[in-house]
Design a protein around this ligand. Sequence first.
Ligand code: ADP
Ligand code: MG
Length: 286
Amino acid sequence: SVPLSFFGGIGGASRSGILIKGGNYMETLADAEVAVFDKTGTLTKGTFRVTQTVPQEGVAPETLLEIAALAESGSNHPISQSLRAAWGQQVPPDRVGEIQEIAGRGVQAQVDSRTVLAGNAKLMQQASVTFQDVSLPGTVVHVAADGKYLGYLLISDEVKPNAKEAIAKLKAAGIRRTVMLTGDNRTVAQAVAEQLGVDEVHAELLPGDKVGEVEKLMGQKSGSLVFMGDGINDAPVLARADVGVAMGALGSDAAIEAADIVLMDDDPAKLAAAVRISRRTLRIVR
Ligand code: ADP
Ligand code: MG
């Protein structure tokens, strides 16, 4: 039977924009020991600015940006949105054909009947594109058309203003281990983790690898594991964690469905609030 106090806890949480799908999740959250985060869109804003456009010789910078923006026109990934914003034009429907998202890597799209790839180094390697990888403080989006490398765009994200405080509050609420998982490159990931005070970071992961990392962490704890993501490509991880928390403002329907707790906005500090409410409801004092 569900104790009456759960309803009070769930109701109180919902007034703070935290939707808890059931009393059992409160119980599990009250017992949280490990907090795992996705990076992009969860701890960082996920709104990137294009800071460098580096075309290959013979390619105009505007062309590079245009091709990337067109290829990304069917994606709702934060990276795509920023490329489209940087280009700033309406997408003529007749220029873009079939679009395929390759989770954790980028996109493949028909642009002006050429096969365009836009994404990370792994995407280029997978397609055997000859290119020079670069290590820069930001996310590099490489672009190729019909197997020919056109250059890259460097985009930089920023941490959310309250992400550092969110991590500190979780630790104060008794979370012993904080871990960040990301498909982004190691340099960027480590810089973000350091800036926020996250204990541990695993980078260059595909969405499937994130499930594997969560499973490993689940084997190394006595309390529960909570995962918080922005809902882009992380539904399987949300489902696998003891408690999956999706940020509703950005999340896909699949993620909201897979999650046990949905935050109405994209404020990471709400997770610490949810832990506190759960502990108070269960009268667990640590
Ligand atoms: P995170 O794990 O930080 O949330 P994702 O798994 O969504 O990031 O993406 C991992 C990496 O894959 C990105 O850093 C980027 O290099 C590449 N990527 C993913 N989607 C796209 C896209 N639509 N366009 C370009 N690159 C992408
Ligand atoms: Mg993400």
